[in-house]
Write a protein that binds this ligand. Structure first.
Ligand code: IPE
Ligand code: IPE
Ligand code: MG
Length: 250
């Protein structure tokens, strides 16, 4: 076994459920939309930190789940508008900061202008190397596994693959983040302790961190605290603690 896997000094991939925008606004007797706008500021702060941190290669942010369509129509439309205006104002800045932007999720449900902006952002930034910023939009872990299974079934139907060839590695190749490392650290703000259909497959061995801080209040020092907690943990991947300790001693 490779020692590196167990003794990562810092997380290479951080995945965050940015929760608590609505409550942040409600605590201030403001409309929920104000909380979503305040949440964009927190996104900038966290992206800036991760881009400057050489050990962090990937930051994944859950922006809109496949279940969030169930919200009141007005909130959904505010979120869609915010998504578009944020992309309009941020794509160039991301590009100038050498950040590669990627989206995961079923984008066909979005209106055409938004889909075009998403593609434009991905095209423009595709060769950037400081950080890969993954935005999960109309994303669900179950959707991801379902679309992967559909693609595999198509390949079996086409005779490219036998059903007995299907294994974890091949299924993984058809998932959204196949080419990126799995998340090392998962953070959920807002106090809820659940994964709400985020990266169900990829989180299998991710370290989980929950904080009551509402997303608009989450900042670089709060992220540092989460990273410090991560660094203090022992990842075992099914081995015993003694096996891992033996790997640490040269
Ligand atoms: C997260 O904040 C943002 C989205 C889901 C789009 P919420 O809007 O869920 O905020 P709370 O959980 O209601 O406070
Ligand atoms: C998860 O938050 C989705 C995003 C942050 C985009 P929710 O607020 O939608 O999750 P639940 O409904 O509390 O589980
Ligand atoms: Mg919420």
């Amino acid at each position: 076994m490779s020692a590196e896997r167990f003794h990562l000094a810092a997380p290479r991939h951080i995945a965050i459920i940015m929760d608590g925008n609505g409550r942040w606004a409600q605590q201030r007797f403001l409309p929920r939309a104000v909380g979503h706008h305040a949440g964009v500021k927190a996104v900038r702060d966290i992206v800036e930190y991760c881009a400057a941190e050489p050990t962090c290669d990937v930051l994944s942010l859950f922006a809109f789940s496949s279940e969030n369509w169930n919200r009141p129509k007005i909130e959904v439309s505010i979120l869609m508008r915010l998504f578009l205006t944020t992309l309009e104002s941020e794509i160039d800045k991301l590009h100038n900061n050498n950040i590669c932007l990627r989206f995961i999720g079923d984008r066909t449900a979005f209106d055409l202008a938004l889909q075009q902006k998403m593609t434009e952002g991905e095209q423009k930034t595709k060769n950037n190397t400081a950080l890969t910023l993954v935005i999960a939009a109309n994303y669900g872990g179950r959707w991801d596994m379902t679309q992967a299974c559909q693609h595999l079934a198509e390949r079996v139907e086409a005779g490219e693959l036998k059903s007995s060839d299907v294994n974890e590695a091949i299924l993984n190749q058809h998932l959204c983040l196949a080419d990126l490392p799995e998340p090392d650290l998962f953070i959920r703000t807002g106090g809820e302790q659940r994964v709400s259909n985020f990266m169900l497959w990829q989180l299998a061995y991710t370290e989980l961190y929950f904080t009551p801080i509402l997303w608009p209040d989450f900042n670089q020092s709060a992220l540092q605290e989460a990273i410090t907690s991560f660094k203090g943990r022992q990842r075992r991947f099914g081995h015993t603690g003694d096996q891992i300790a033996a790997l640490a001693t040269p």
